[in-house]
Design a protein around this ligand. Sequence first.
Ligand code: MN
Length: 295
Amino acid sequence: MEGAPVALGGPRGFAVTRTLPNRQRRMVGAWCFLDAYGPHDLADADGMRVGPHPHTGLQTVTWLVGGEVLHRDSLGNRQEIRPGQLNLMTAGRGISHSEETPRSHSRVLHGVQLWVALPHAQRDMPPAFAHHADLPVVAEAGLSATVLMGTLAGATSPATTHTPLVGAEIRLTAEATLPINPDFEYAALALDGAATVDGATLKPGPLLYLGAGRDTLRLGTDAPARLLLLGGEPFEERLVMWWNFVARDHDEIVAMRADWADATPRFGSVHGYDGPPLPAPPMPITRLVPRGRVR
Ligand code: MN
């Protein structure tokens, strides 16, 4: 599934490739959003500058292949993240945050930004933020994999999940076989280099949807490659995703948008970011319709 090029912050903004949601599919498990960016050379560019903006009903997952990102949120957290570390922000009923390239930074920025939809029972939970610098690593012949979220090959991430899912970065050096959960649907994205996944060639750009029912993944490569593996139990609730909000119907989105526009306490405020908060776009003329995981 090919990704769509998107410029964050307008046409002169930061270029990303969005592979979730896409034309065929909105979700893989509870994973409902995937932007990949870079490697961007920051020698004469600003890097990432995403001003304060709100979220609801989801978790944001920040993962870097190269470089640094500085996160600030309305709970008062200020956290720089580097490759191999996980920033996990649980929006619940409402939070706001900013993300930027720190003043002192590496020359190259390369990473992914993901969202995980919260299920009905947890979608209005209090907001939270966690930084995980010590994630479990699975070593198998031909690969080592860092488990960001959930469980892979017996190794479980300390990150809090609310539905059965997995996210892992696989560093592949040779042919390898990885045990996976046949009850999960999976997708894979090449972060760096090329690989084969159950015979299909995968290069940076598109998301390879693998479906459910497999108990192993056969991986191959001619040169060291890095893959992102996402999986989860198919998410059966219907969602409305609009701007930075995940909700269940149009009227919830209208209320969230109004709370941000009116600066009610729901989203708090972010301190220390050098720039204005992002305004919500206008609501569409037609009512937003809740949709399932497949188009
Ligand atoms: Mn965000």
